[in-house]
Design a binder for this molecule. Sequence first.
Ligand code: R5P
Length: 293
Amino acid sequence: MAEYDKDKQAKEYYLDTPINTYGFFLKGAHSLDWGMKNRLSRIFRPDTGKTVMLAIDHGYFQGPTTGLERPDVNIVPLMPYADAIMLTRGILRTTVPPSLTKAVVMRCSGGPSILKELSDEELAVDIEDAIRMNVAAITLQIFIGGEYETRSIHNMTRLVDMGLRYGIPTMAVTAVGKDMVRDAKYFRLACRMAAELGAQIVKTYYVPEDFDTIIASCPVPIVMAGGKKLPEFEALTMSWNAINEGASGVDMGRNIFQSDYPVAMMKAVNKVVHEHLDPQQAFDYFNSIKAEG
Ligand code: R5P
């Protein structure tokens, strides 16, 4: 029995070695609980501190948008190249093989279609269902300056509270609505509000001027949203700029799945985010592998 083992000399207590306190690699996350940190480590690679997230949740308000008509055919083959996938529970359960071990970032808001006021959202997933699906994070839009701004923020704070109860991080997406100005001043406001009110991750758009000030004034990791489809070189340049200015990753949809070579684009974006290839190197790499299909 271990209790009778009284011979201290036979054991090794490493008395000169302080116990490791394991600092955490993501900004703003050092005070979070173990489960929350573990889930964040499934989204953000601990070796690079960054993530390549594949966003395919557009159907929740846009229907079968271009490139997402048949996610089983076009999208599932891209998933092995992502660190995390952002999607709805409908597509997860109907289309994604449960054997996939990538981090799931679950879309938890919804309501209006593109035919209506987009900020008129409600929470649309119970926390129990998110747990059932073994998600790594929960996510929703906030509409700063939008018609239903306050409700979208209240949706977020409720989701954050539910996530904290079970150790699940919340990612707030700074939606811009149809007519909003997208500049650094606006995104500094939106991102800071999201973090102040509890979001553990913020997703926002890239702006060419002063993006680094959005990053600096937000105390939690920011991932860059892709936006509308650009030529591949431009999309890789935007990704590189965002990472270079301090983003903790990208969460891209159309610039991946609307490319003629989506697997090559996934791999090239990975090179930018995790290996810091510059835009020309990444574009050359993209061109060299696109023939693979
Ligand atoms: C939009 O409402 C969704 O949250 C998308 O996931 C997001 O906009 C990212 O997709 P994309 O890169 O196509 O803009």
